[in-house]
Each structure stands twice: as C-alpha cells, then as structure tokens.
Design a binder for this molecule. Structure first.
Ligand SMILES: NC(=O)c1ccc[n+]([C@@H]2O[C@H](COP(=O)([O-])OP(=O)(O)OC[C@H]3O[C@@H](n4cnc5c(N)ncnc54)[C@H](OP(=O)(O)O)[C@@H]3O)[C@@H](O)[C@H]2O)c1
Length: 368
C-alpha cells in the first residue's frame, strides 16, 4: 500500500459541538516514525472521552455531567487551558478515536518487517519509552496524538498487540478503553473472590466490562442501571440488578445483600447518588472512580469516610501490564464484546448522537 496516499478521516477542528467534527476523504495517510507501525483500521470504538475532549468537559469550569445537549452543541465558556483529561492543551486538527482493531500494513525503519500483516488491537496509553511507568508522561491515543477515526493510524510498535481471536474487528474494538479502565479499577481496589461490589452505570462501556471482570474474579455483583436494561445486566452475569430511578433504592439494595453493605463500589456515574454509594460501603470498604457522567461535583460527608475507615481511589493512567492481561482474557474467551451498533465513518455525528442518548448497552463502533 502507498504510504503517500489519502484516506477518510474524521478531523476535530476545535472544542465545541458536532460542527467541529469534519469528515474528510482526502486526509493524508500518516507515516510511521522509526519505532512505529502503520495500522489499517478495521474498526474504532466510540467513548465518552471523544465527546468530553471535544466539548472541553474536563475543564474545572464545567460542573455538569456529560449531557445529550452538551455533547451535541458543546459547552459555552469552557476554559481551553485545562479542557483535556490530562490538563494539556489539545493540538488541532486532531483525529480522535481510542479503540482500534486492525492490521499492520507498514512499519518504521526500527521495527521488524515481520510485523507487517499482524492482526492487532491498540493499547491507547502511549508511554514514554525511557520511563513507561511514569504516569505524568503518559498520553492518550486520539487525544495527545491522532487516533482511529480514520482508515489508517500510527502507534508506537509496543502499543500494537497481536490478537488471536475469532471475533470481528468491530467486536474487538469494543474492548480497549472500557475494559482496560474497568480492570484497572478492580486492581486499584484489589477486588477479591466473594466480595460484594456495587456497579452504577452498569450497562455502559465501562460498567458492562466491570460486571464481566468482577465475575471473572468470582465477586458478587450488584448492578445499578436503567429499568429497561436490568434483565440484560443479569444475563451478563450480575447477581442482582436495580433500577436506578426506583424509590428507596438504597434501602432496596440493603435488603437484598446479607449484612446490608458492600465491600466495594466501582463508580463511573457520580452525581447525586454519590453519597448513597459511600453509605452502602462496609467498614474498610473501597470506592474507586474513573468517571462522573452524571456530574463531577458531589455532596460528600467526610464523616462517612473517616468513621467507616473507607478507602477512595481514582483510576485513569494504569500501570503497564493491564492491557496485556486484557488480550489474554479476550483470547481465552473470558470476556465478551457487547457491540451495540456499527456506523460508517461518514455518520460519526449520528453515531455520537445515539451514543449520547444512552438507550444502548455496551459500545458503538465506527467502520472506516
Ligand atoms: N478515567 C478513565 O480512564 C475513563 C475511561 C473510560 C471511561 N471513563 C469515564 O467513565 C464514564 C462512563 O464511561 P462509559 O464508557 O462506561 O460510558 P457509557 O457507555 O456512556 O455508559 C455510561 C452509563 O452511565 C449511566 N448513566 C448515564 N447518565 C447517567 C445519569 N445522569 N445518572 C445515572 N446514570 C447515568 C447509563 O447506564 P445505565 O442506563 O445502566 O444506568 C450509561 O449507559 C464517562 O464519564 C467516561 O468519560 C473514564
């Protein structure tokens, strides 16, 4: 394949609404640097981080959750200086998309030519080669460098993991961001066999991954979700499912579990239910968060934290090694994809609109 050709790509031109996403047919195919590979993208998943980065939701000036309207139209008056997950300014134009499955079609001078033809999925955490465990030096694929909403993309060769699986590229592209985040969350709290874990936002990308990965550890899973999705959460392996809008939710959860308390909460929702999550933890219980889709500013009674000897963890930049574990779980069939819908790259806005409506279970995929 010619390295000097052109490709389809979705280019983000700045912070804002859908109008900042421009679909090109003639964007230059990137050239791999010496230590990089060029991947023909088979499929790329959609994540909230694509939307949060586009609308500048990470900025401290934003206090609401990620909403359907905010995701479509952008947020007025965001501060550009802290508008990304890591606090660095985004360089535009930028190709987003963190979840790539595809094939290596070319390599840089420093990479073995034997890698051409490999089927790979991409670890989205781009590390500093000289200090890979340094979390301050990590960047995200599709944020600090161009990602996968395109026909081709480049990554450092160590980010392209060979995958042996009967799953389609679209199915494989559901895994990288959500499942690695979920496994990182469970590692942070050291979830053990038979422990009870509460998972709000259970039907989403991270939530559905948390259910499967917590069951993989033989924990007891309590899923909080929308009423219409409860049965599906039980099919996925949750031991109990609760309607997030039901009256007396906290009491209903207490009544169902022996002792009335859980050992852990893995939260990506936050918002007004946050204090309930802490109330439900047992003494010495662990809370971990990697998102706040319902709102980042919460009511927090410090007494709950100290009087119950709770632990609280944030989870974003994970240690090296989690992605490799994930590849093994996929290859062994220990986790399964939840592919909600596929969209052609030309329909990126329609895809993000549907993603923001949250009627789905699992992940949406863009096909280039
Ligand atoms: N730190 C990281 O590295 C990292 C990585 C991945 C994701 N994240 C963050 O984690 C969050 C979730 O990501 P995701 O990919 O799982 O999202 P998702 O697929 O959109 O799922 C989020 C789920 O949360 C629930 N939800 C949405 N709005 C809610 C509200 N107002 N109140 C209560 N529940 C609500 C819905 O599930 P139900 O219908 O089941 O209630 C929804 O499906 C996002 O904020 C994302 O940015 C962070």
């Amino acid at each position: 394949m010619a390295l000097t050709g052109f490709m389809k790509a979705v280019v983000l031109t700045g912070h804002g609404g859908f109008d900042k996403l421009v679909v090109h047919d003639d964007f230059p195919v990137p050239k791999p640097n010496s230590d990089e590979v060029l991947i023909e993208v088979g499929a790329c998943g959609i994540n909230n981080t694509d939307i949060n980065t586009r609308i500048g939701w990470y900025s401290k000036s934003v206090s609401s959750g990620t909403t359907t309207a905010g995701g479509a139209d952008g947020i007025d008056d965001i501060s550009e200086v802290d508008a990304t997950w890591g606090g660095n300014v985004v360089v535009f134009p930028r190709i987003q998309g963190a979840d790539v499955a595809g094939r290596i079609v070319a390599v840089g001078h420093g990479v073995s030519r034997k890698r051409v033809g490999e089927r790979v999925i991409v670890d989205p955490w781009i590390r500093d080669r000289s200090d890979p465990e340094n979390r301050n030096l990590a960047g995200y694929f599709g944020s600090e460098r161009d990602g996968g909403f395109a026909q081709y993309t480049t990554v450092p060769e160590e980010n392209a993991f060979v995958i042996k699986s009967n799953l389609s590229d679209a199915e494989l592209a559901t895994f990288p961001c959500s499942y690695s985040t979920a496994e990182h969350m469970l590692d942070r709290i050291g979830l053990q066999e038979r422990e009870k874990i509460l998972i709000p936002g259970a039907s989403g990308g991270v939530g559905s991954a948390l259910i499967q990965l917590a069951k993989r550890r033989k924990a007891k899973v309590l899923a909080i979700t929308s009423k219409s999705k409860m049965d599906m959460m039980l099919d996925l392996g949750a031991d109990h499912a609760f309607d997030r809008n039901q009256k007396g939710l906290e009491q209903n959860i207490r009544e169902i579990i022996p002792g009335g308390e859980v050992n852990a909460v893995a939260d990506i929702v936050g918002g007004t239910s946050f204090s309930m999550y802490l109330n439900l933890l047992c003494r010495g219980g662990r809370y971990v968060t990697s998102g706040a889709i319902a709102g980042p500013i919460v009511e927090f009674d410090l007494r709950t934290l100290y009087l119950k000897d709770l632990e609280m963890h944030g989870a974003t930049v994970m240690q090296v090694g989690i992605f490799k574990k994930l590849v093994t779980y996929i290859e062994n069939g220990e986790i399964r994809p939840l592919l909600a819908k596929k969209f052609p790259i030309s329909q990126i806005k329609k895809a993000q609109e549907a993603f923001l409506n949250k009627k789905h279970i699992g992940n949406f995929i863009i096909l280039p």
